[in-house]
Design a protein around this ligand. Sequence first.
Ligand SMILES: O=P(O)(O)OC[C@H]1O[C@](O)(CO)[C@@H](O)[C@@H]1O
Length: 244
Amino acid sequence: MILGKHFTLEASGLLTFAGGVLAPEPDIRRLADVLPVLYADVPPSDRPLYYMYRGVCLEKDRELYQQHDIRYDITVVLPGTIGKEYIKTVGHFHPLKPHSSETYPEYYEVLDGEAIYLLQKNNRSGEVEEIMAVEAKKGDKVFIPPAYGHVTINPGSQPLVMVNLIESHFSSLYGPFREKRGAAYYYLEGEDGKGDFVKNTHYQNSVALKMVAAPNLSQPVSIVKNKSLYEAFVAEPEAFKILK
Ligand SMILES: O=P(O)(O)OC[C@H]1O[C@](O)(CO)[C@@H](O)[C@@H]1O
């Protein structure tokens, strides 16, 4: 799916789709929805923070996505802060695959803007075991491995337009981050206008944050090295059976 060809980004952060693209109305996450995972207590409001277009595809590819139980979503995360905290997604974990000890993974790609993906693994008591911040720019693909909860932060001054490929039927798990008021680190605007990671003291243990540049990540689906996620799935849907 190509920004500028298949859809355009309006100043509001909403998308306008070209003919031949199937796209639902967006789900909107508002400030009131993210309150339980924010660094600071702020008054609730209906300020929109991000728009999620779930199940987008070209008309000609609809059956292919359905046959493989894979969904392609586009999310626009607006720039800005809530208090000092950069706008971020609520964050969630994925459930176990049926008859498996592994949870569903996911693939992300940045189409425009910048992202920080916080990837966090918890132990059985809900304390953090490992956490990394993956810095991603336009064109970068980020695989979210099984067992990692994830939060997306927009650290930039432009809207972040990102997409994901994901198994289409499961529901995400919001409890683990909600119970700890978010991931193990918050990303806040510092004095110098740059971002700083600040530890979330609702976790009892302390784990160092690993910084990772997205291009240094390994790609479990090799075709994504030369193609967008959309093109890669349409060209080789079988390669994405790892998502199921
Ligand atoms: O459910 P959250 O944490 O608000 O995150 C939303 C993101 O997750 C997805 O549902 C896919 O994991 C996307 O549609 C969206 O970008």
